[in-house]
Design a protein around this ligand. Sequence first.
Ligand SMILES: [Zn+2]
Length: 213
Amino acid sequence: MSKSKQFVVGVLAVWFGFVAQVMAGTEEKPKANWTSGDEPCAKYDSLRRPVLGEIGVKIDASEPWAEAFRRALSFWNTVLVANFHEETNLNACAVRIINGGPGILNNAIVARSQLTEWDNFRGKIAVSPGAATAMSSDELYGAAVHELGHILGLKHNASSRSVMYFLNVNGTEVLDSKDILDLSSHHKLCANSGQVAQTSVRVPPLHQAERDQ
Ligand SMILES: [Zn+2]
């Protein structure tokens, strides 16, 4: 074997060794969710069900976040075969929405959801009461739809038109075809939202009367 061939083989061996190490590393260490001392809802594992059915949500976040989440629950009920409803009993709820402290949130984050596929999932969403003072009701509503999207298994979408865009949303975004397909791999959708998999589901803007409240 010529010297240059030996060199190439040597480089390839090092490269494959490196790739194998990186892949083994990612398999060994699944990502972990943030944690908090707040007692979780007993039924958080219900969020992994393909047919979600009854999903109780305990809203302990302060206003105006609480109202934004109430509206967002109604939106998700139009998309999924699910009945999201407010539930105050910790033994009966699946999602708990809490005011987040600095240990969970920092100045750059207005809200943060736990993700089902990461370790320590307990069905929690934390919001920043401070950030809410600088946000419109449309932005709060968009953020609530976005965070519930995460807890339903959705990842970020690079399209700025999607409600799952990774920067702040302003309440005029949609669930686009990528979001709908992604969602359908986790949960059963309402018949009408399944049919529009090639288009997008509009996140309905707030009615004028609601804006004025
Ligand atoms: Zn997000």
